[in-house]
Design a protein around this ligand. Structure first.
Ligand SMILES: [Cu+2]
Length: 342
């Protein structure tokens, strides 16, 4: 085992000159479609992504549970955990074209508080009932094509084109504190898919120098048409840039910034009880838009060989959020990934 690791490390030092075996020859693991492959190469990947949301914001200001109840909502979201297992595949039929497939499996958990006034006990008395909702299953499958528009020894300009298929459920139901043991349609953020075909055009530029690398990517998510429940999720626009540096023999660290803007929902979910909109902010299609600036640090570890293994971790922390609220506050995310390529 150790001799193999040592051998791999020596190999990576030897190969550092041509750059193909550098840990930072792939971008930070939280970035997708930032590299291409040479003709005939394939890659399999697994990513575990987790995002924690805690509390609520209106604009950039924190809104307390009590303030949300005072705005007339009987239910206030408290925390939400979003977990995703993503299987990925890449294959390059030619040097100019790399195909990509992404299969996401998602689990969402939201904790809420229901507050009810107790008339019989006189003014001002309230009773809090905490409850949770859960959804899980396949998300929207994505098919991508990456075109090497301009490639030099040290830089790569990639045109990204991805289609997102409506394979994720928009019919997720669960008990709520108000549903008397009955499963009811859950609000928008608990649904697993968009329900629409979405196109995701993007541009990626990466540069590799002897002692460092950097890259930038911008990508949009444009929803086409309306889903079966008569609504369309908001479009999303993302831009990110990173800097990475090899250290030791088979490791690299990275630092990254990412900005994302997303729009409100168009239409209203026809399966969602119309009363819900006044009972919980997550059921209001006009309280979904926002923007966020994240910073991230990451590490890549590479084990080259006939087949190259790569392990990577990235931790992402929002530094600025401005939300149409009350909307849930993103606390942090992490992405853990394994990539196998040949
Ligand atoms: Cu790849």
């Amino acid at each position: 085992m150790w001799s193999r690791v040592l051998f791999a490390s020596l190999l990576s030092t030897a190969a550092i000159a041509d750059g193909s075996f550098r840990a930072d020859s792939h971008g930070p693991i939280g970035v997708m479609g930032e590299h291409t492959h040479n003709a005939g190469e394939w890659m399999l990947s697994y990513r575990y992504m987790q995002m924690e949301m805690d509390g609520n914001l209106d604009g950039s200001d924190s809104v307390s549970t009590t303030e949300i109840h005072q705005q007339g909502y009987m239910n206030s979201p408290q925390t939400m955990t979003m977990k995703m297992h993503m299987l990925g595949g890449m294959y390059a039929p030619t040097d100019e074209l790399t195909l990509m497939l992404m299969l996401p499996f998602i689990a969402y958990d939201m904790d809420l508080n229901m507050r009810m006034g107790m008339m019989s006990m006189g003014g001002g008395m309230t009773v809090d009932t905490p409850f949770s909702t859960h959804s899980d299953g396949l998300g929207d499958i994505k098919l991508g094509a990456l075109f090497n528009y301009q490639k030099t020894d040290s830089s790569d300009l990639i045109l990204n084109f991805t289609v997102s298929l409506p394979t994720g459920s928009i019919a997720e139901k669960d008990n709520t504190a108000m549903s008397m043991g009955k499963d009811v349609q859950l609000p928008y953020p608990m649904q697993l898919g968009s329900g629409t075909y979405d196109i995701m055009p993007g541009i990626t530029y990466t540069v590799k120098q002897a002692t460092y690398s950097w890259g930038a990517q911008t990508k949009a998510t444009i929803r086409l048409g309306e889903n079966d429940n008569d609504y369309t999720l908001g479009d999303r626009y993302m831009a990110t840039a990173w800097y990475a540096r090899p250290f030791a023999e088979s490791l690299s660290w990275s630092t990254r910034v990412a900005y994302e803007h997303w729009d409100n929902i168009d239409g209203i979910d026809s399966e969602l009880n119309p009363m819900m909109r006044s009972m919980v902010p997550t059921a209001d299609p006009n309280l979904r838009a926002g923007e966020r600036l994240d910073v991230a640090v990451g590490i890549n570890w590479i084990m080259p060989g006939e087949q190259t293994h790569r392990l990577a971790l990235e931790v992402i922390k929002p530094v600025y959020q401005h939300l149409d609220g009350p909307q849930m506050n993103a606390d942090y995310s992490l992405v853990l990934g394994w990539q196998l390529s040949q």
